[in-house]
Design a protein around this ligand. Sequence first.
Ligand SMILES: [Zn+2]
Length: 165
Amino acid sequence: MKTLSRKLALTQLAINMIIQCPTKKIENILFANYLDRHGQSLTYTSIFDDAVQTFLLDYFIDIKLKGYSNHYLKKYVSDLYNEPITIIGNEDILHICPCCSYLTLEHQGQYDVCPLCSWEDDGTLHHELDKYSVVNHSTLKQYKGKFEKQKVNFINIPYKSGNDN
Ligand SMILES: [Zn+2]
């Protein structure tokens, strides 16, 4: 059986996601994230500039693909190359988001924003449904309701659900 590092499997998947991403969306990502160390937007001639492409690859691997399990990556690359491929490398250690219940947060109660449901983790616990969260301008119950409505868009998302097993 062939073996691939987690890093290269993520790279492979990131390239696929970038290909599928509409130009407008890429430009929006660059506008919000392609910044110098003072937080100013970096200029570029084309999204196909080498520096922009390098940035996009890192951004997709580090932000968009955070938390993807090796199990998912194994299935992805094995299907892609039509042969079984084992993934080596450690998965990110993530915490369960109190809103969407997926393993998406790097820290707990540190105001990380969940990349899946956008809940800002202000330390509200999953059962504190009616406590008003100032940073989220809403209670957890209201926010969960909003997420449930949008969830159909995330149907293929391979995050490991904290509610399974
Ligand atoms: Zn979430």
